[in-house]
Design a protein around this ligand. Structure first.
Ligand code: PLP
Length: 445
């Protein structure tokens, strides 16, 4: 298959335009549709819109279509299960696909073993489950979240979220008693310090200031944190950070909840983002790439933590058998080579973006792990001042050229392609981005 997008004219085309008009009349205006992409079909890393334009997808439906669009093995697992039965509430009955997924997750969980899973429908639900489980287990009421962290839109998950004011505006009061602290965002350190001479001031701050003043640690059930901040701008913390958080949690009996909804299931080249730092979390959450696009979330914890009794938590649709069949096929593909490919292509992507960084003064830095990579767009490298307007212009220009990328945080470009991507597809994506930089820089001169 040729590795170039095919765009037939100015986007959106006539059919897409008409669908967008219909959509606007009947769908919630809360959705954030940055580009008028009306999808018709997909295969691997390629998407076709309703006008027949062909796009290279570096988003994977926001880090969801881990095995690529409509991977034949995932599709046939879905078909096989759909022919047998579509639903039989996993809260009330037993069925093989749900047990098989939980067995696979138990085998690869970064928590202490044996591990158990609660299966649900989404990332936010997995986080809700983690919050409830942490409260139930510790009998403590309070939570600690991180500025820049994103955990979902339901009330509990939104309460630990600290990403964008727009996500919270108008919705207070949220679940009370969540305190947010700065994440280890070393490029824009709120303490104005440098790693490693900072000596993890951001962790010391939690103990010395937050625990001493507004969050008594013996009342804190859990610390909820992403291994790599996703929505917050693809922020990778420095080595040793999670060990410090682990020590703090151990000292005060606080559960360490790692939200792996975006970073998990092989995306970073390892099963879980936290695997890069050799730390054992007490609870993890998963969703997004877990079932290649079918709705499935999981909250995974050691059996010694997941001790709640029958009736304490459940979900009618959670652990849907068709989603579980898709997840089993997905996990097999991840283990059977895609995780390795994520590591390999992640290096290719990072190297190519570093070359762009040297060429374009608007790229402040590039950071990431595997195929979870962000490029920060700045006004000027010496100040690191974010340039969201230029970032947005790049996203739009790339779209017109057939490359789908999204922003994250204030001014990062995020790369979260399907894990089936190959070297020439990575090269094509970076070359289109390079052209977009050149075009926009010329225009702004
Ligand atoms: N947690 C993280 C780290 C996420 O990135 C997201 C979604 O972007 C969520 C939770 C919420 O997932 P969902 O949109 O499936 O509810």
């Amino acid at each position: 298959m040729p590795v170039k997008p095919i765009i037939k004219g100015k986007l959106p085309g006539p059919k897409a335009k008409a669908w967008v008009v219909r959509d606007t009349k009947v769908l919630s205006p809360s959705y954030t549709r940055d580009q008028p992409l009306v999808v018709d079909r997909g295969r691997g890393v390629w998407l076709w819109d309703v006008d027949g334009n062909k796009f290279l997808d570096m988003n994977a439906g926001i880090a969801v279509c881990s095995t690529g669009h409509s991977h034949p093995k995932v599709v046939s697992a879905i078909k096989r299960q759909a022919e047998k039965f579509l639903h039989m509430s996993g809260t009330d009955f037993y069925y093989e696909p749900e047990i098989q997924v939980a067995e696979k997750l138990a085998r690869v969980s970064p928590t202490a073993r044996p591990a158990k899973s609660f299966l649900c429908n989404s990332g936010a639900e997995a986080v809700e489950c983690a919050i409830k489980l942490a409260r139930y287990k510790t009998k403590r009421p309070l939570m600690l979240g991180f500025l820049g962290g994103f955990h979902g839109r339901t009330m509990g998950a939104l309460s630990v979220t600290g990403s964008k004011a727009a996500q919270r505006r108008g919705f207070s009061p949220l679940t009370p008693s969540t305190t947010h602290v700065p994440f280890a965002n070393c490029r824009r350190c709120v303490f104005n310090l440098k790693f490693p001479s900072c000596n993890f001031q951001c962790v010391k701050f939690i103990e010395d200031e937050i625990f001493r003043t507004i969050l008594p640690p013996e009342d804190c059930a859990a610390m909820v944190v992403e291994p790599i901040q996703g929505e917050g701008g693809y922020v990778v913390p420095p080595p040793g950070y999670f060990q410090e958080l682990r020590k703090l949690c151990d000292k005060y009996g606080i559960l360490l909840v790692l939200d792996e909804v975006q970073s998990g299931v092989g995306r970073t080249g390892k099963w879980w983002g936290v695997d890069h730092w050799n730390v054992k979390p007490d609870i993890i959450t998963s969703a997004k790439g877990l079932a290649s696009g079918m709705p499935l979330g999981a909250c995974i914890a050691p059996a010694s933590v997941m001790t709640w009794p029958p009736g304490s938590h459940g979900s009618t649709f959670g652990g849907n058998p068709v989603s579980c069949a898709a997840a089993s096929a997905t996990l097999d593909l991840i283990e059977g080579g895609l995780m390795k490919n994520a590591e390999r292509q992640g290096i290719v992507l990072m190297e190519a973006l570093k070359i762009l960084e040297a060429r374009h003064r608007q790229i402040g830095w590039v950071q990431g792990k595997g195929l979870m990579v962000g490029a920060e767009i700045v006004k000027d490298k010496s100040t690191n001042a974010p340039d969201p307007a230029f970032r947005d212009a790049l996203v739009q220009r790339c779209f017109q050229m057939g490359l789908l990328i999204l922003g994250a945080g204030r001014s990062a470009l995020r790369f979260a392609p399907p894990l089936v991507i190959n070297k020439s597809e990575v090269g094509e994506a970076v070359s289109i981005l390079d052209d977009a930089f050149t075009h926009l820089s010329r225009k702004s001169r």
